[in-house]
Design a binder for this molecule. Structure first.
Ligand SMILES: Nc1nc2c(c(=O)[nH]1)N[C@H]1C(S)=C(S)[C@@H](COP(=O)(O)O)O[C@H]1N2
Ligand SMILES: [Mo]
Length: 512
């Protein structure tokens, strides 16, 4: 417990001081980001497919658990001749300072909170393990004396002080996080941002996109429900004032846009379904929104792109990169630099003040949030964040479909039921969805599902399937989609690495 209390104080003090020095002094985030960057690709992939949007919470809890374990074990070995616990805290402090210094724009002064935190941690450990609280102190006899029963024994005092320090460490850490967030937050200016008037509106979304009589995901995902995947341990807080978009590399003229410069471009509204390459078959890392922004093509037009440039390497303010084919950013699909999402400014976690939205490509090769830099280059010259980790340099979205109703293991009442789900093939569009119950076999033939109206080739399509649940017992339902080129979704099972999962989604259920 002494070790855990010492670690809590070290982390708490660091976090609290960092709130006053600045975000770059936050060694917790610096270490966390370094860990994320150094984690091998397959492990990251495992974390995303296993924990999905909760991956950051899981990471934080896991890291705290590991720190507590190391602190407890090393502190139990602490002795005057071998101060192993203190050494562990000093070592952690050194690692924290190194992580802080490795981040862009950090100075020596930014290591002060970490150093002070480590010193406090060592002091706490030494205090709690000092002879002051040991039972062989001269007063031992007194504690057995009924006259002194109200005087806490040294062991009890030590427990109370340990608990107090642990609490103090935790509270100051949380205070530091809250304070730092309040100081850097762009939430206020985001709320004050009035979206530009739309010049080219998206066609209205008819209610018929949503199948009736079944609870499916809403055709348009609310901002709160929209899936979120990124490598950012703390959400970048980038003000419109600070924001710039630099266009450079294989161009005739470099251009840097300030946020106010965007006003002179046509404002375009588009409904686009984003999908994560890490989405497993049947997974929920897919959402659909109405975006407002500017055509990337228009922003690039004045730069004079060299004919041999085939990739735009986009970069975020926190160093994430994506490599997108120039063609996907300049052809008729109208890739956007989006500033609005479902009628609101982009939420900070979805890229405020500006991000890329490219129909038809997985997010890891296209959807850069907090985007500040577009470099015209070549696929044989440059590598982006996930490509370096073993993902494919190209990431067109595969045709997929998912069963939302019934849930796996659900017990369905006898009688008429309606099953349903979603299907997607962005940039090609979904033409048909077929369902098979209990196949393959004589009863298990493919049958056409009913489709919600198609909105566009860039959006998902909702489907439903009325079925007569007559036969009690175990059943399975399988789904497959066909895109507008006539290609049927492949049965070939593939993992998300390196270029997206494929295979038919099946769900087992029981008629009871
Ligand atoms: N800056 C930044 N942008 C990013 C990422 C990231 O890690 N950092 N992840 C990408 C990935 S892998 C996906 S799937 C989409 C997800 O966008 P969303 O979080 O708005 O749903 O963002 C993309 N843009
Ligand atoms: Mo992703």
């Amino acid at each position: 417990m002494a070790g855990i209390a010492a670690a809590a104080v070290a982390l708490g003090v660091t976090q609290l001081l960092a709130a006053f020095v600045g975000p770059q002094a936050d060694s917790r985030t610096a270490v966390g980001s370094t860990v994320i960057d150094l984690t091998p690709g397959p492990v990251k992939e495992w974390a995303i497919t296993t924990f999905g949007t909760a991956d950051k919470v899981v990471l934080t809890v896991a890291v705290l658990a590991v720190i507590a374990l190391i602190a407890a074990v090393t502190a139990s070995r602490e002795s005057r001749r071998a101060p192993i616990g203190s050494a562990a805290i000093v070592l952690a402090g050194v690692a924290g300072c190194a992580a802080v210094l490795s981040r862009p724009g950090a100075t020596a002064a930014d290591t002060v909170p970490t150093i002070v935190g480590a010193v406090c941690g060592v002091a706490v450990l030494r205090l709690l393990l000092s002879g002051r609280f040991t039972d062989d102190a001269p007063k031992t006899a007194d504690t057995a004396d009924p006259k002194h029963a109200d005087v806490p024994d040294p062991g009890r005092r030590r427990s109370l002080i340990t608990l107090g320090l642990l609490t103090a460490g935790a509270v100051s850490g949380m205070a530091g996080v809250v304070l730092a967030r309040a100081k850097t937050s762009v939430a206020g200016e985001r709320d004050a941002f009035a979206l530009p008037a739309v010049d080219v509106a998206a066609k209205p979304i008819p209610p018929t996109v949503q199948p009736k009589g079944i609870a499916l995901p809403s055709f348009v995902t609310s901002n709160d429900d929209f899936y979120r995947i990124d490598t950012a341990l703390t959400v970048p807080q980038l003000s419109r004032e600070e924001w710039q978009l630099r266009i450079h590399g294989m161009v005739d003229r470099e251009i840097t846009y300030r946020f106010a410069d965007l006003e002179r471009f046509e404002t375009v509204e588009k409904v686009v379904t984003l999908t994560c390459v890490s989405n497993p078959v049947g997974g929920d890392l897919i959402s659909n929104a109405t975006w407002i922004g500017y055509r990337v093509r228009d922003l690039l037009a004045d730069a004079g792109i060299h004919p041999d440039a085939d990739m735009v390497l986009s970069k975020s303010s926190d160093g994430f990169t994506a490599g997108t084919p120039v063609e996907a950013l300049t052809d008729g699909r109208d890739a956007l630099l989006a500033v609005g999402m479902n009628g609101e400014p982009l939420p900070t976690e979805h890229g405020y003040p500006a991000r890329l939205v490219v129909p038809g490509l997985y997010g890891y090769v296209s959807a850069t949030k907090w985007v500040v830099d577009l470099q015209l280059t070549r696929f044989d010259k440059a590598e982006a964040y996930w490509t370096r980790l073993g993902w494919s340099p190209h990431g067109p979205i595969k045709t997929e479909s998912r069963i939302d109703v019934p849930r796996s293991g659900e017990v369905v009442q006898r009688g008429p039921v309606t099953f349903g789900g979603v299907a997607w093939a962005q940039n090609r569009g979904v033409k048909a969805v077929e369902v098979r119950i209990d196949g393959p076999g004589k009863q298990g033939s493919w049958q056409q599902a009913q489709l919600g109206d198609g909105y566009s080739n860039d959006t998902w399509r909702l489907w439903s399937f009325p079925w007569q649940a007559d036969e009690s017992g175990a059943h399975t339902i399988t789904v497959r989609a066909t895109d507008n080129t006539g290609a049927v979704q492949t049965e070939q099972w593939a993992d998300p690495v390196p270029d997206g999962a494929s295979g038919w989604h099946s769900v087992s259920f029981t008629v009871g």
